[in-house]
Write a protein that binds this ligand. Structure first.
Ligand SMILES: [Zn+2]
Length: 305
């Protein structure tokens, strides 16, 4: 399964406007809270008897740590248990000392690779939501500070009454192939030797397949024919939805766009198979399983393309 997918929570969106119901869930002793400090989730990873997992605490314990104005988002129900995310970025050292033993705040991408796939999917939702609130405190229409509404799924401007909703930014990420070779690129900011599938934001007025064709032309001067859909992945850094696609190359004539990429190259299928299984070949590396690019390349390398 692709990390950040398969969120197990019932989001209960019909209950978000029911403030009494949300407050009752918050006060319920069985409810649990995921704390994020400067977008880093609290993770329990220092117990010998358990695998690393999100450290969920009671709302009673959470209230002693955070001011009432702190951003709070209802994530959904895990069975009967309500889950909330709470921004505790202002937490001071004394508060940190009061956290459960064996827990610590961990950078979100690192945390996602430590915990179960279920926890990673919940983390994707929590991180994206808290991140959105932190970056959208003011109305883009008139500049007034906005208020959190609907258990965290809307912000309302009290001055011009504009409503603002959590954003998701679609990104195409595509593996072009021609026979037994696929096209990978090395971004200028990548570590040495790291190659991945090419990617780019979808622009207004553009379809997914048009974005795939445009990005491959812009970044690699490559013409492509058929574009097919693979899978999607929420990518909460900060708010992307990765849309994985395959594309049939019209030829193997490529040239890297030097403003974005250091290099593009064709990778033979047998090489891709070795690399994607973690066997080093020369100085090339491919993305780890947290990235949908890993799964795109793996599916192509072992598939019937
Ligand atoms: Zn406004």
């Amino acid at each position: 399964m692709i990390p950040f997918t398969g969120n197990p929570l019932s989001r209960m969106s019909e209950k978000r406007t029911d403030a009494a119901w949300i407050e009752a869930r918050w006060r319920d002793p069985s409810s649990r809270v995921l704390l994020l400090r400067r977008l880093e989730p609290l993770v329990a990873d220092q117990r010998l008897d358990a695998a690393p997992q999100l450290a969920l605490i009671s709302s009673e314990a959470a209230q002693t740590l955070a001011a009432p104005s702190t951003t709070r988002v209802f994530l959904g129900l895990d069975g009967e248990i309500a889950l909330f995310a709470l921004d505790v970025s202002d937490l001071q050292d004394t508060g940190i000392k009061a956290l459960p033993k064996g827990s610590r705040f961990v950078e979100a991408r690192t945390a996602a690779q430590m915990v179960s796939l279920k926890d990673a999917a919940i983390l994707a939702q929590a991180k994206a939501m808290i991140d959105w609130h932190r970056r959208h405190g003011f109305c883009p229409n008139c500049g007034t500070r906005t208020d959190l509404m609907d258990a965290g799924y809307r912000r309302l401007c009290g001055t011009c009454h504009a409503e603002h909703f959590p954003r998701v930014d679609p990104v195409v990420i595509m593996l072009a192939s021609d026979g037994d070779a696929c096209l990978v690129g090395r971004g200028k900011q990548f570590p040495p030797g790291m190659f991945s599938a090419l990617a780019g934001f979808i622009e207004p007025g553009e379809t997914i397949e048009e974005a795939v064709r445009r990005e491959l032309m812009e970044e690699a001067s490559l013409e492509v024919g058929d574009v097919s859909f693979y899978a999607t992945q929420p990518w909460p850094f900060p708010s992307s939805l990765m849309i994985g696609c395959f594309a049939k190359a019209a030829n193997r004539e490529v040239k890297a766009d030097e403003t974005e990429l250091a290099e593009v190259r064709w990778l033979e299928r047998r090489v891709a198979r070795e690399l994607i299984q973690g066997r080093p070949l020369g100085d090339i590396r491919l993305p780890p399983p947290i990235a949908i690019a890993h799964h795109l390349i793996k599916t192509w390398a072992f598939g019937d393309f």
